[in-house]
Design a protein around this ligand. Structure first.
Ligand SMILES: [Zn+2]
Length: 263
């Protein structure tokens, strides 16, 4: 795997968020909440050994690289988290039990057991609040914003294999997801499914609801099976497939803003 952590650490707040602003005027804002497996010293390792800290429960392997390539192709701003989601999951509101999960898939997270209010607030202030502010700022910069979040998922979860290869996820606003699903056969032979392997019932649409649906912006969440984006070449090819697919879907969904794609 490459690009575990964003190269640009000059983000806002406590430097736990990376924002790469596009030079152009694209309406697309890409988001990668689970980009990093970084555990800052001030929060420690949560009692986890290195194997668990590199495991998919700690981050979305490959997702950041795909998002970075897509940002370049779409001339889009990218907002990415820079700490492990086990410290704080930026795709969850502070009151969600799994914002700082005590258990993730098959792993207990000792450092998240019995967190007191002060400890929870410290993580919210250090990670979630700057993430939220950075994303709000990025969205406010563009006209007619379109929010696209990039994630990866494990091919085997709780011992069960998953056949879905690309998930197109949505909450109550289905416009962009519908367009992507309609166009899917033109862009990929992959097994593409709606609201798989997760959906709104799993609490995964927080960013979409908070930053897009409330304001009426077009939005979609993309989940890529992580065995398909292990190498740098696979990550590049995936982004070169996804970027024009997203761009055409935006147009088909009636996007009013600017959607650029160099792929
Ligand atoms: Zn994710």
């Amino acid at each position: 795997m490459t690009n575990r952590q964003p190269k640009d650490r000059s983000g806002s707040g406590e430097n736990f968020i990376s924002v790469k602003t596009s030079e152009g005027c694209s309406s697309v804002v890409l988001v990668c909440e689970h980009a990093s497996d970084f555990f800052p010293a001030e929060f420690g390792t949560l009692g986890l050994d290195e194997a668990v800290r590199k495991n998919h429960v700690a981050w979305d392997p490959g997702a950041l690289s795909v998002a970075e390539h897509m940002a370049a192709l779409l001339d889009a701003t990218l907002v990415a988290g820079q700490v492990s989601r086990l410290i704080y999951d930026c795709n969850r509101p502070p009151d969600a039990p799994d914002a700082m999960p005590q258990r993730s898939e098959i792993f207990e997270i000792p450092g998240n057991a019995d967190l007191n209010e002060a400890e929870r607030s410290k993580r919210v202030d250090a990670v979630y609040t700057p993430f939220k502010t950075s994303l709000q700022t990025a969205i406010a910069r563009v006209s007619s914003p379109i929010i696209v979040t990039i994630h990866s998922f494990t091919p085997v979860y709780n011992g069960a294999s998953r056949s879905v290869e690309i998930g197109v996820l949505h909450d109550t606003d289905t416009r962009l997801a519908d367009a992507m699903l309609t166009l899917a056969p033109r862009y990929t032979q992959a097994d593409v499914q709606r609201n798989q392997p997760y959906g709104p019932q799993n609490g995964v649409t927080h960013t979409l609801k908070e930053h897009a649906i409330k304001a009426g912006h077009l939005n979609v969440m993309l989940e890529i099976r992580n065995d398909l984006i292990q190498s740098a070449e696979q990550q590049k090819q995936m982004s070169e497939m996804l970027a024009p697919w997203v761009a055409e879907a935006c147009v088909q969904a009636g996007a009013e803003g600017v959607v650029q794609c160099k792929a």
